[in-house]
Every structure is written in C-alpha cells, then in structure tokens.
Design a protein around this ligand. Structure first.
Ligand SMILES: [Zn+2]
Length: 243
C-alpha cells in the first residue's frame, strides 16, 4: 500500500471493488489488516516497529505540507502519525462509501491489528488508531485480528474488551479472530476458553484463518486438521446456544 495516497491508486482500487460489486453477487467486502508497506524487518509478529520510516513520495510530501505548514519530517512525530491515520483511512472510506452508495446491503468489515501499546504490534502503519477506524460511517463491522495462542489470557481479554467497546460506541458489530494456522494451542481446551471469553464479553462474530488449519501449506499448524475440527466444534457450540 505504499502508493495508497495517490489519486491513481485510489481510482484503481475503487474501480476494482466496484467492478466486483457490479459483476458478482458478493455479500460484502473485508478490509484485511490494511496498512502502509514497511520494510519487513521493521514489523514482525513479536517485535516493535521502527519509528523512523515514512512514505515520502511527492504526493504525501505535498499533502503533508499543505496540511501542517511545514515539510514532512524525516523522523516520526505526532503530525506524521496523524497524517498516516487520516490518509490511510481515507482510501478505504472513499471506496466503502462508493460501495454503499451502489448497494447499501453490502456488508463492510474493517479488521485492524490487535495492538496493545508497544507490547504487541503497534506499528504506526496507518490503521492502529481504532477510534478513527471504528468511527468510519461506511463500515458495518469493527474487527481485530488474530492473537497467538501462546499469549497470556489477559491479552485476549483486554483486546476483546476494547474491540467490543469500540464497536458498540460506533454502532458496529464486533468481530474477533481465532488463530487457525501456524500454531495450535498446547491444549485444545484453550479454544473453548477463548470462545467462551469472546462470547461472555459480547463479541458478535467469530472468524478464523485459515482453511483446515493451513493443512498442506507453508502456514500449516501442527495437527492442523485437529485444530480446524476443534475450532469448528466451537462454532457449533456457540451457534447452538443462540437457537
Ligand atoms: Zn506517499
């Protein structure tokens, strides 16, 4: 998404999404962890991001200066953070608005990184200001991404509480994810616990990535099919409760 701030990128992306909306019977769109491009080493699952990087393409430089009245700095500051949050979101806002105008029934989900200060991945990658994302009037579902099974329960709890609170505040549905790739929990019972936690905290929707625990792919979890089955069993369990 390095060039997300140019009109040509936005026009291209909008055109593509509208083409899909017009030519298929798709139910909605899912914005999956949108973010600015980063050098890989700066953004790992476990480490923090470097804070000295920013897009300095001519378009961004021009917009930044017009808004803040000085040349975009070479190091991160609060204006750059705010600039990124606003400009990144604007791309999806414009496209989501166009989709909703075409067909208000299209359901739009925006799934952002599950960040917690500097402990997990607060990457300043454009969508880490949850408040701004959840406030977007064209999104129906506010979603936060996968948490590794090995992280402490308190982390699951805090992320989920904040996700639900943010969604409620802006009249959206809340969505929380389950890790269905790369790693299985040491004990499959943890899936039941996490699903119970999500349900008790008022999460509206569960989601999982990826199909069959990534079986046969490079992102496969150990015991991937068993992982998939246990997640499926939990879906059945909570769906039955609603009947
Ligand atoms: Zn740029």
């Amino acid at each position: 998404m390095d060039k997300s701030n140019t009109n040509s990128f936005r026009d291209y992306f909008k055109g593509l999404c509208m083409k899909i909306a017009r030519n298929t019977e798709v139910d909605g769109f899912f914005w999956d962890e949108p973010h600015y491009a980063y050098p890989k080493s700066y953004a790992s699952m476990t480490g923090g991001a470097g804070d000295d990087w920013a897009c300095r393409c001519p378009e961004c430089m021009k917009k930044f200066e017009a808004y803040y009245g000085y040349e975009m700095p070479k190091f991160m500051n609060d204006d750059v953070k705010q600039f990124r949050w606003r400009e990144a979101l604007e791309t999806l806002e414009i496209v989501s608005k166009a989709l909703k105008e075409y067909n208000p029934k299209l359901e739009i989900t925006c799934c952002v990184h599950a960040t917690l200060n500097s402990y997990y991945v607060t990457e300043l990658r454009g969508y880490d200001n949850w408040e701004m994302v959840a406030a977007c009037p064209y999104f129906d579902v506010f979603s936060t991404t996968i948490i590794n099974w090995s992280l402490p329960e308190s982390f699951f709890q805090e992320i989920t509480e904040r996700t639900v609170a943010m969604a409620k505040k802006y009249g959206k549905q809340s969505e929380r994810w389950l890790m269905g790739y790369n790693k299985r929990p040491d004990d499959f019972k943890q899936i039941d616990k996490v699903v119970d936690l999500y349900e008790s905290l008022g999460v509206d929707r569960l989601a999982t990535w990826t199909y069959r625990g990534g079986y046969g792919t490079s992102v496969a979890a150990k015991d991937s099919i068993e992982l998939w089955d246990n997640i499926g069993r939990n879906y059945m369990r909570v769906l039955k409760k609603d009947e």
